[in-house]
Design a protein around this ligand. Structure first.
Ligand SMILES: *Cc1c(COP(=O)(O)O)cnc(C)c1O
Length: 363
């Protein structure tokens, strides 16, 4: 690691691979011998076209998806997807059915509820979202347009460890905080989306990976920029795309391929998370994990300390050791270590060592 860099545990925007940042820096003033920065090139130029299409192809390759899926780039954040999904797919007769497993899952539901086309398939709200609803807890409405999940709950630190059986109802998932972190049978999902600023790039674009059949025809009553078919038919180039973000996403996808793809990432991510969960479990109750052990996330580790004074001290002392961004979200309190793909193993080892020391000195 470079001397002036810290280990960045922020939830998003979050740490990016150092190799990716360096490459972007090297190309910054003169992209691909064009004499221009990627920031200055037309989105209609052939140089940009290659960046755009390579990013799409690499993402599909990493996910093991074939020609029946399409990759779109859309602005407005994952939050706009919360609204676009019900606008494009749900009706009163065929509502969107939502699994409420955390705050973003609930926000997604609330957008459908505004339109009067949302219902709840399951919820773990009454236990402050410390576990992921099980298959048995899901009420699948066979008339639903889709079942919507948030696969990794960034704020609560829980993650699905199974793909629900929706009995033929299309499966939609917000994977903003765990996209491309492990292999999954992605073909079981009909529609996946992710704000890229957690695991793939800078803030400014959302990745949509969906079955083409869902994207071909959107309701004619919707304005152009709110329809998936606009993005599908124009290769996400109907209007000016956030070209720099897409370029960075492409670089991260290429980096993931170089690391050995999603299986290699999963193995590394599980080892990283285990370092921190092991310290929590061995601390004799000094650290209390928020998530139930069977719902623990590999991406966001949430835990509390015995008092808020100790939590403040923890944040300050961690920062002094270049372990930054560990303060948790106010709805859970305590700490959250976000350990996405780009967080190196050494960063998690450094945090685990610090936690062990802190517990011995203050426990
Ligand atoms: C961060 C996050 C969002 C919100 O993303 P925006 O791009 O800020 O709208 C939605 N869902 C999940 C799971 C997230 O982690």
């Amino acid at each position: 690691m470079e001397a002036e860099r810290v280990y960045n545990f922020n939830p998003g925007p979050s740490t990016l691979p150092l190799e990716v940042l360096r490459e972007a820096q090297e190309e910054f003033l003169n992209f691909n011998a064009s004499g221009m920065s990627i920031l200055e090139i037309s989105h209609r130029a052939p140089e940009y076209d290659e960046v755009h299409n390579k990013a799409k192809a690499d993402i599909k390759e990493l996910m093991g998806l074939e020609d029946d899926y399409e990759v779109l780039f859309i602005q407005g954040g994952a939050s706009l997807q919360f609204a676009m999904l019900p606008m494009n797919f749900a009706t009163k007769e065929h509502p969107g059915s939502y699994v409420l497993s955390g705050s973003f899952a609930t926000k997604a539901y609330e957008e459908a509820a505004i339109l009067g086309v949302g219902e709840v398939a399951a919820s773990s709200k009454e236990v402050n979202f410390k576990h992921i609803p099980t298959q048995e807890e899901l009420k699948i409405n066979p008339q639903a347009a889709y079942v919507h999940l948030c696969y990794n709950n960034t704020i609560y630190g829980t993650e699905f460890h199974y793909i629900p059986d929706t009995k033929g109802v299309p499966l939609f998932a917000d994977m903003s905080s765990d996209i491309l972190s492990r292999p999954l049978d992605f073909k079981k999902f009909d529609f996946i989306y992710a704000g890229v600023q957690k695991n793939l790039g800078p803030a400014g674009v959302v990745l949509v990976i969906a079955k083409k059949s869902l994207l071909e025809n959107s309701p004619k009553t919707l304005p152009t920029m709110l329809r998936y078919d606009t993005f599908y038919r124009k290769n996400s180039l109907y209007n000016t795309p956030p070209a720099f973000c897409i370029y960075m996403v492409g670089k991260t996808a290429a980096w993931l391929k170089k690391q050995g793809g999603l299986s290699a990432m999963a193995e590394r991510n599980q080892k990283k998370a285990k370092l921190i969960y092991d310290v929590i479990d061995a601390s004799g109750g000094f650290y209390r994990g928020h998530a139930d052990p069977d719902s623990r996330s590999y991406m966001n580790v949430t835990f509390r300390l015995p008092s808020e004074e100790l939590e403040k001290k923890f944040v300050a002392e961690a920062k002094a050791q270049k372990l930054c961004g560990v303060k948790g979200h106010r709805s859970v309190g305590g700490m959250r270590a976000s350990i996405y793909n780009a967080m190196p193993y050494e960063g998690c080892a450094a945090l685990a060592d610090f936690m062990g020391d802190f517990c011995r000195k203050n426990g």
